[in-house]
Design a protein around this ligand. Structure first.
Ligand code: GLU
Length: 462
């Protein structure tokens, strides 16, 4: 069997969002799970709309997710010569012809067809045919080149997602494959690239289904078999509209900045249109060993930010405290925090209550930066009753010789016994004073992660 070769072929005309990156994830996973080759091709021929910033987001997003291409990035703008070469070949074969129909004439034709309730389509005026006399060539008009689409028969392929698709050639008109200035058009470049890059499987969004029969006919004209196709259903946003930048989709890189883990992102995106039984949480390695085209979903998937957060939280829990302490460093830096050897233990203690690295960094920062206790909680918990116990606790902690959880737990117990208070009556105000809120993991563990000096200082504010 030939080596699997897949590609991600984004157009850098807007910042790629999660729907786009899912179209990279599946071909990447399919190549990896088959020891194949994954190629990145930047389709930048729309020079008015393509930007370097958009290319950068693609590269950065893929790097973050660990989806490095095995070949590329290839840029279509750098392959123009190659497209011209293949155009010449098609000219020699008689598979293309010049068409001089003006925009006005095309518009008039279209209007007439709509009036007659026909499907608008180029009528083949300039298509040469034996015995046919073509109209006189107009002066000073640069023609477009049209591809001679077969006139009859059907184009069919068995789509890995959609099953058998058959399109009658009658429905397809002769596609423009080069503009008046000679520049090649989109569908043509895709076919030349897919041939040259020896792509075996095209896995892409189903907004391209209509292009596929046209592309297959060009493959045939060039004497090549077309690849296997899998057209992925759309990703919808939370309002049920197609995910797009226009209706609020974020660039994929925004999720890195918001503290999502690459593995969680891959896990979430993998499930957004593919399944492996009921498995919800899995590692990248598992995903790559399980991925196949047979279990791609057939209906549109809906993005759900709350679900993504939940998946991220599950992956945070699975990370070791040491790994997390490395991952949150950049976020702590942004908060102006210089961390120290206590950080891994903080991560271990706090990871279960955080759903992003940002949340974890915010939590860890309270051990390093002064906190502003929540005023309402402060007046609720630091009362006449609790104040003497807090002071006693502070005094006892100040003279503790060992600073670890068992020692601190013992001191808390003694203070409770001595003052007759119940645990929450002491724990709540102490938490508010130390970290700003009464919701924290167990008090002795929290106290142990502060320096002794810092605890005394914060408790003095009771
Ligand atoms: N450049 C196209 C896009 O961004 C993808 C083309 C393809 O995958 O064939 O939608």
């Amino acid at each position: 069997m030939s080596v699997v070769r897949t590609r991600f072929a984004p157009s850098p005309t807007g910042f790629i969002h999660l729907g786009n990156i899912r179209s990279a994830l599946y071909p990447w996973a399919f190549a990896k799970s088959n020891q194949g080759v994954f190629i990145l091709r930047i389709e930048d021929t729309d020079q008015d709309r393509s930007t370097q910033e958009a290319v950068d987001v693609i590269l950065q997003g893929m790097k973050w997710l660990g989806m490095a291409p095995d070949e590329g990035p290839f840029y279509q703008m750098k392959r123009i010569k190659r497209y011209q070469e293949v155009l010449e070949q098609l000219k020699l074969q008689g598979a293309v012809y010049p068409c001089y129909m003006s925009i006005q004439e095309l518009d008039a034709l279209r209007e007439k067809q709509i009036e007659n309730k026909q499907k608008p389509k180029y009528d083949g005026t300039w298509r040469p045919q034996e015995g046919k006399v073509l109209p006189p060539i107009p002066q000073g008009v640069q023609p477009v080149l049209r591809f001679k689409n077969p006139k009859d028969g059907v184009v069919s392929w068995t789509d890995k997602v959609k099953g058998l698709i058959e399109i009658s050639n009658e429905e397809l008109d002769d596609l423009v494959i080069a503009r008046p200035d000679g520049s090649p058009t989109y569908n043509f470049c895709v076919v030349v690239d897919d041939i040259d890059m020896e792509i075996t499987h095209v896995i892409r969004g189903d907004d391209h289904v209509n292009n596929t029969p046209r592309q297959i006919n060009i493959f045939k004209a060039l004497g090549h078999q077309h690849p296997t196709y899998a057209h992925l259903p759309t990703v919808l946003n939370e309002q049920g509209e197609k995910l797009s930048k226009r209706n609020g989709a974020k660039a994929v890189t925004a999720y890195e900045a918001e503290g999502y883990l690459p593995d969680a992102m891959i896990n979430y995106l993998a499930r957004l249109g593919w399944s492996h039984g009921d498995d919800e949480i899995f590692s990248v390695e598992q995903f790559l060993s399980w991925f196949d085209l047979e279990h791609l979903g057939k209906s549109a998937a809906q993005f759900d930010e709350a679900k993504l957060k939940w998946v991220n939280a599950q992956h945070l829990k699975l990370q070791s405290k040491e790994e997390l302490s490395i991952l949150i460093k950049p976020f702590l830096n942004q908060l102006g925090v210089e961390s120290d050897a206590r950080l891994p233990d903080m991560c271990g203690l706090l990871k279960d209550r955080c759903d992003t690295l940002v949340a974890l960094a915010n939590w860890a920062s309270v051990f390093y930066k002064p906190v502003e206790p929540n005023a309402e909680e402060l007046s609720k918990h630091v009362t006449q009753t609790s104040r003497p116990a807090i002071t006693l606790l502070k005094e006892r902690l100040e003279i503790a010789h060992t600073w670890d959880i068992p020692t601190i737990a013992q001191i808390i117990k003694e203070v409770l016994a001595q003052t007759g208070l119940k645990m929450p009556q002491l724990a709540m105000p102490v938490r508010v004073l130390l970290v700003g809120t009464s919701q924290t993991p167990s008090l002795d563990a929290v106290i142990s992660l502060f320096t002794q000096k810092e605890v005394v200082q914060r408790l003095s504010k009771a």
